[in-house]
Design a protein around this ligand. Structure first.
Ligand code: MLT
Length: 328
C-alpha cells in the first residue's frame, strides 16, 4: 500500500513538473505546419471545402495548414487517424455529416465519435444533387424514379463508401422509393464523378461543391436538388420537394475537429482562424458559386458544434437502424 501511495505521489509530481512545459507549448501554437486531414480522396466536395478553409486559416495562423487526404471506410479511416493523433492542435479533421452517421453505421468503430474529439466549429451546410450519366434515359426526376423501380439493381449507384454523404443520400432515396440499386463505393466522390462522366456508373447523389461545374458543363444530367428551395447557383434544377419525392431532403453539414485533450487555448486559436475564414470574401464568393455559404458565426463555436453533433448522432440513429444498413 505504501508503494502504491509513493507511486501516486511521484506521478502527481511528474504531472506538475511537465504541466508548465505543455502550457508553454500550447501558448506558442502554431510554431509549425498544421495538418488538416480530409477523410475522402482529393478532388471531391469535402476536399474542396477543406482547401478553401485551409488556405484562409494558413494566413491567419501564420503557418501552413496542409490538407492531407486519407480516404477509406466512408471517412472513418481518416477520422480514426485524427482521434489517435497527439492532442497538440497540429493534426485536425475536416469532416461532414458522416461523423454523426458513422456512430451508428459502424458498430465496431475504433474511436468514439462523441468523446474522442474536441469540436472546433461548424463550417458550412452543402446541398446535394441527384445526377446521372449524360446518356441515362430518364429525362426528369419522376421518370428516373420509375426507371429505378423498373431496373432495380440494374442501376449502378456510385458513392464514397458506407458513412459518406453520398451513401446516406442514396440510402434515403432507395428507402423513399422502396427499391435497392447496385452500389459501388469509391475513396471519394471525386473519383466516382470521373466514372459517372465516363458512363461507367449510372447515378450518384453528391454535393453541389462537386457537381455544380459538371452540371453547368452539361457533362452529367441533373434530376433534382435535396433542399427545400431551388438554388441560386442552379436555378433550373427542381427540388425533389416540388413533386417527384416530397420529404427527400438532406444537406451536408461540415465541421472542424481536433483530438480529445487538445488544450483550450489551442482550440480557441483554431476557432479564431476558422471564424476569420468564414468571413473571408474569397471563401464566401467561392462557396456561393458552388451553391453553399458559411454557417452563421454563432453556429461556428466549439460549444454549439459539440451540442449539434450529439443531436445529429441521436437524429440519424433511428433512421439508420430502421433502414437496417450497417457497415460492419
Ligand atoms: C461523401 O460523403 O460523399 C463525400 O463528400 C465524398 C467526398 O468528399 O469525396
Amino acid at each position: 500500500m505504501r508503494n502504491l501511495k509513493s507511486a501516486a505521489i511521484a506521478l502527481a509530481a511528474l504531472a506538475l513538473s511537465v504541466a508548465p512545459f505543455a502550457a508553454a507549448k500550447a501558448q506558442d501554437f502554431p510554431s509549425r505546419n498544421v495538418t488538416m486531414i480530409v477523410p475522402f480522396a482529393a478532388g471531391g466536395p469535402t476536399d474542396t471545402v477543406a482547401r478553401l478553409i485551409a488556405e484562409s486559416m494558413s494566413r491567419s495562423l501564420g503557418q501552413q495548414v496542409v490538407v492531407e487526404n486519407v480516404g477509406g471506410a466512408g471517412g472513418t479511416r481518416g477520422a480514426g487517424q485524427v482521434a489517435k493523433a497527439a492532442p497538440d492542435g497540429y493534426t485536425i479533421l475536416l469532416h461532414h455529416i458522416g461523423q454523426a452517421t458513422s456512430a451508428t453505421l459502424y458498430r465496431k468503430l475504433p474511436y468514439n465519435v462523441l468523446t474522442d474529439f474536441e469540436e472546433v466549429g461548424l463550417v458550412t451546410d452543402v446541398p446535394m444533387t441527384m445526377i446521372g450519366k449524360s446518356t441515362l434515359e430518364p429525362k426528369d426526376a419522376a421518370a428516373l424514379i420509375a426507371y429505378v423501380k423498373e431496373k432495380k439493381d440494374g442501376v449502378i449507384y456510385g458513392n464514397a463508401g458506407v458513412g459518406s454523404a453520398s451513401h446516406l443520400c442514396g440510402m434515403l432515396f432507395m428507402s423513399a422509393i422502396g427499391t435497392p440499386m447496385t452500389t459501388v463505393p469509391y475513396q471519394g466522390t471525386g473519383p466516382a464523378m470521373n466514372d459517372l462522366v465516363g458512363g461507367q456508373i449510372d447515378l450518384m447523389c453528391d454535393q453541389t461543391t462537386n457537381t455544380t461545374g459538371q452540371i453547368k458543363a452539361g457533362k452529367v444530367k441533373a434530376y433534382g436538388v435535396t433542399t427545400p428551395n431551388r438554388l441560386k447557383s442552379l436555378p433550373d434544377i427542381p427540388t425533389f420537394k416540388e413533386g417527384a419525392l416530397p420529404g427527400f431532403e438532406i444537406a451536408v453539414w461540415h465541421g472542424l475537429y481536433a483530438p480529445k485533450g487538445t488544450p483550450k487555448v489551442t482550440i480557441d486559436k483554431l476557432n479564431a482562424a476558422l471564424l476569420t475564414a468564414l468571413q473571408d470574401p474569397k471563401v464566401i464568393a467561392r462557396f456561393a458559386d458552388l451553391g453553399t455559404e458559411p454557417v452563421a458565426l454563432e453556429r461556428a463555436t466549439p460549444e454549439v458544434h459539440e451540442k449539434f453533433l450529439a443531436a445529429e448522432v441521436a437524429k440519424w440513429k433511428p433512421v439508420i437502424e430502421q433502414a437496417g444498413v450497417f457497415a460492419d
